[in-house]
Design a protein around this ligand. Structure first.
Ligand code: GAR
Length: 190
């Protein structure tokens, strides 16, 4: 039986699509559901095109974690993947899936993590602080924002003429190359 993944996202969903395509021919891993708190996010269009069921929920439903939990139980989810999901998970959800929730963060944690640090805010801060490198961190989710055990980190160099846009592209490339690899690694240990 393949291990079942549910991917959570709030935005464009390029990582979600990349993960779905990467494992589309796999007999070990299957993406069974895409979950979002934003019904008009582009991740929904991508899921529809990939023929993957979408579950849309409100912030209240996330925090209350009753219907969403039932949904995840009904599909027998093995691993929850946060790919650009921008709401903090409630304690009850984290406790229900210990070491079964993975997040990707577009910086070298613990640098540029925590509240308010997401998407282009991070890249802007990295460039303003004249960092010489940045990268991606893939980590387990625990009770504290961006502080769970690191599974994998990959770096990129910041060039002297780096802009937020060029850095987003560099980071996305790293994310698309390494997120499926990290998921594969974790699934093999389940
Ligand atoms: C990714 O860069 C991901 O690392 C970031 O949002 C982007 C989503 O892109 N996540 C965070 O900032 C979480 N704190 P995508 O929707 O194209 O996959």
């Amino acid at each position: 039986m393949p291990k079942k993944l549910a991917i959570f996202g709030s935005g464009s969903g390029s990582n979600a699509e990349n993960i779905c395509k990467y494992f589309s021919a796999s007999s070990d891993i299957e993406v069974v559901l895409i979950c979002t708190n934003k019904r008009d996010a582009f991740i929904v269009n991508r899921a529809n095109k990939l023929n993957i069921p979408v579950y849309i929920f409100t912030k209240y439903e996330l925090n209350n974690f009753t219907d969403l939990h039932k949904k995840l139980q009904s599909i027998d989810v093995d691993l929850v993947i946060l790919a650009g999901f921008l709401l903090k998970l409630p304690t009850i959800m984290v406790d229900s899936y210990p070491n079964r929730i993975i997040n990707i963060h577009p910086s070298l944690l613990p640098k540029y993590g925590g509240k308010g640090m997401y998407g282009s805010n991070i890249h802007k801060a990295v460039i303003e602080n004249k960092e010489t490198e940045s990268g991606v961190s893939i980590h387990f989710v625990n009770q504290n924002y961006d502080e769970g055990e690191i599974i994998l980190q990959e770096k990129c160099v910041i060039s002297s003429n780096e802009t937020v846009e060029t850095l987003i592209q560099k980071i996305h490339k790293l994310e698309h190359n390494y997120f499926p690899v990290a998921i594969d690694k974790i699934v093999k240990k389940l």
